[in-house]
Design a protein around this ligand. Structure first.
Ligand code: RB5
Length: 150
C-alpha cells in the first residue's frame, strides 16, 4: 500500500501532519509537495497525485487545499480518477465502499488536522464493496469514454 499525498498553500499543515501520521502507521507515502508555504496553483499538484494513482505507482491519493473542492475538480479531470471532497466520517467511508474513490480531498480551512487524519485512516482502511456499486462505477467510466470520443 502506497499513498500519494499533495497540497497547496491552503493545506500544508494538514498534509505534513497526514504524512507523518501515515508514516507512523508504517504506510508508504509519496510526497508531491508543496513543502514550503508558497502560493501555488492547486491543479499543478492535483495532476501529479492523480497521475501517480492512475499509473499504479500509488494505490490511493490524498490532496489538501483550502476547501478540498478545487483539488477534487482538477483531479476528476484525469481519466480513471474518482476524487471525493469529504469533511465528515460517513462520506470518507462510503466514498470508498460505494464509489471506489481513489483520491480523498480535504479542506485545510474547513476541518482541523485531527479530523483530517481520522478521515484519511477511514478512507485507507475501507475497501470497495463491489456488487451493484460496480455497475455504477462502470457507468461513470462510460461517461468518461463517451466524452473522449466527442
Ligand atoms: C487557494 O487560495 C484556494 O483557492 C485553494 O486552496 C482551494 O481552496 C481551492 O479550491
Amino acid at each position: 500500500m502506497k499513498i500519494a499525498v499533495g497540497c497547496d498553500h491552503g493545506g500544508l499543515e494538514h498534509k505534513n501532519a497526514i504524512l507523518e501520521h501515515l508514516e507512523s502507521r508504517g504506510i508508504k507515502t509519496e510526497n508531491f509537495g508543496i513543502n514550503e508555504n508558497v502560493s501555488v496553483d492547486y491543479p499543478d499538484i492535483a495532476v501529479k497525485v492523480s497521475n501517480a494513482v492512475v499509473s499504479g505507482e500509488c494505490d490511493l491519493g490524498i490532496l489538501v487545499c483550502g476547501t478540498g473542492i478545487g483539488m477534487s475538480m482538477a483531479a476528476n479531470k484525469v481519466k480513471g480518477i474518482r476524487a471525493a471532497a469529504c469533511s465528515d466520517h460517513f462520506s470518507a467511508k462510503y466514498t470508498r465502499l460505494h464509489n471506489n474513490a481513489n483520491i480523498l480531498c480535504l479542506g485545510g480551512r474547513v476541518i482541523g488536522v485531527g479530523t483530517a487524519i481520522e478521515l484519511c485512516d477511514l478512507f485507507i482502511d475501507t475497501s470497495f464493496e463491489g456488487g451493484r456499486h460496480q455497475r455504477r462505477i462502470d457507468k461513470i467510466t462510460e461517461i468518461e469514454k463517451n466524452q473522449e470520443e466527442k
